[in-house]
Design a protein around this ligand. Structure first.
Ligand code: NIG
Ligand code: FE
Length: 405
């Protein structure tokens, strides 16, 4: 006998079918422990529902999807940078603000001042807002510490959020984000320290599953990033790259070269970069919040990615500088409106493909054996998840078979 059985729902399983969503109109989902035990059409159940499980839940005809996955966030940070948004409105661009001491380095100052507990405390409302929007897994990057102790502190804060809230936190060490002010004259020494001190410290304590780098003219060069990615791979960590956001710096090709789980942003990625991603099986993570808030005009090469069969994921990139976007469903709508993704691409981008961008094979779809992370929605069709702008459609959220929101 199953523990729980959810009926009176329409399911979008994110398992590819001709409709693009894996729809099951009159679905039943059985749960055993924290896993899905069975998914199918209610008429294919082996017996009368009430005889099959200890608890029967009725979804009132709602849509059920996998719990959504936000596969790129900078959830942990001190302060905010609304003043910079105002400066950009007056014509000062992101790179200029960074060069003048604003940007990432200003968040670094505010983040270094706070304890792990304090950082977790101010991140909690942001994590709760994601959760209320159907998100059950949040990737969280460090990268506002820029010295070993402060980076470890950020990863500890991410862990504390996971303990305080019923949500899966997937920590990523953003090892190269910006050159800290105190190391302005010592680029190679800083990269050496990241490789010799920070990476081993994180690997030894198992504080992150992946290492990320910001490969961009205002951040780090391809050779600098390559050194760090190489070291990360040697430590057995996954890698990811912030690639080609502001210029075509060869970031996508770099990601592919190291078998990265994902290459993120990609506005300026060339055809060769797209081919490289396709060959390495790297997921393209689209970040429409940063595109919108930085007033970008150059779109990621969606048609080329699609034609090459590169899986596309969508994430909030939640951060105080380029993307203060605290809703993953809004991110889907923005990706669809700005980049022309189909409804199915939008849905897979926060479910199956987002799981792949994190190297997680136990979630992102509704299927037997996968985690029972579910979201129920007050909508008629999964298309609507990437249609409304800021309308709260999420009815309830389950994580590991337990109702959590
Ligand atoms: O993903 N591109 C680099 N990092 C962030 C921005 C961080 C910031 O501006 O504070 C991003 O957009
Ligand atoms: Fe980012």
């Amino acid at each position: 006998m199953w523990d729980q059985l959810l009926i009176d729902v329409q399911a979008a399983t994110a398992v590819p079918t001709a409709d693009g969503f894996g729809l099951i109109p009159e679905a039943a989902i059985a749960i055993a422990g924290d896993r899905i035990a069975w998914v199918g059409s209610v008429k294919d159940l082996p017996a009368e529902p009430s005889t099959l499980a200890k608890a029967i839940h009725r979804g009132g005809g709602r849509l059920v999807t996998p719990g959504l996955i936000d596969c790129h966030t900078h959830l942990i940070f001190g302060g905010e940078r609304s003043l910079e948004f105002d400066l950009r409105a007056q014509g000062v661009d992101y790179a200029t603000i960074a060069a003048q001491g604003g940007g990432i380095r200003s968040t670094v100052r505010l983040t270094r001042e706070l304890s792990a507990q304090a950082l977790a405390e101010i991140a909690l409302p942001r994590a709760r807002a994601l959760l209320a929007d159907g998100v059950t897994t949040i990737e969280v990057k460090s990268g506002y510490g820029l010295d070993t102790a402060s980076e470890l502190k950020m990863l500890e804060a991410a862990r504390l959020v996971g303990l305080a809230l019923d949500v899966s936190i997937e920590p990523t060490l953003l090892a190269l984000h910006a050159l800290p002010r105190e190391r302005a004259d010592d680029r190679s020494g800083y990269v050496d320290e990241v490789i010799q001190e920070l990476l081993p410290a994180v690997a030894e304590r198992q504080l992150a599953r992946a290492v990320d780098v910001f490969c961009e003219h205002i951040a780090f060069t391809v050779p600098e990033c390559a050194r760090v990615l190489q070291a990360a791979r040697q430590l057995g960590l996954h890698v990811k790259v912030h690639a080609d956001q502001l210029t075509d710096g060869g970031g996508a090709a770099l990601a592919a070269q190291f078998g990265a789980l994902s290459a993120d942003h990609l506005e300026f990625t060339s055809t060769a970069g797209v081919q490289a991603l396709a060959a390495s099986g790297t997921v393209a993570v689209l970040l429409p919040g940063a595109f919108l808030m930085l007033g970008e005009t150059r779109r990621p090469p969606i048609a080329a990615l699609r034609a090459a069969g590169v899986p596309m994921a969508i994430a909030t990139d939640l951060n105080p500088g380029s993307s203060p976007l605290n809703s993953l469903t809004l991110a889907i709508t923005l990706a669809r409106a700005q980049f022309g993704l189909t409804a199915s691409e939008g849905f897979l981008g926060v479910t199956a493909h987002a799981a792949r961008a994190l190297g997680l094979s136990d979630r992102g779809q509704l299927g037997a054996g996968l985690r029972a992370d579910l979201a129920l929605w007050n909508v008629n069709h999964p298309r609507e998840l990437g249609y409304w702008l800021g309308k709260p459609n999420c009815h309830s959220v389950w994580r590991g078979g337990r109702a959590i929101a």
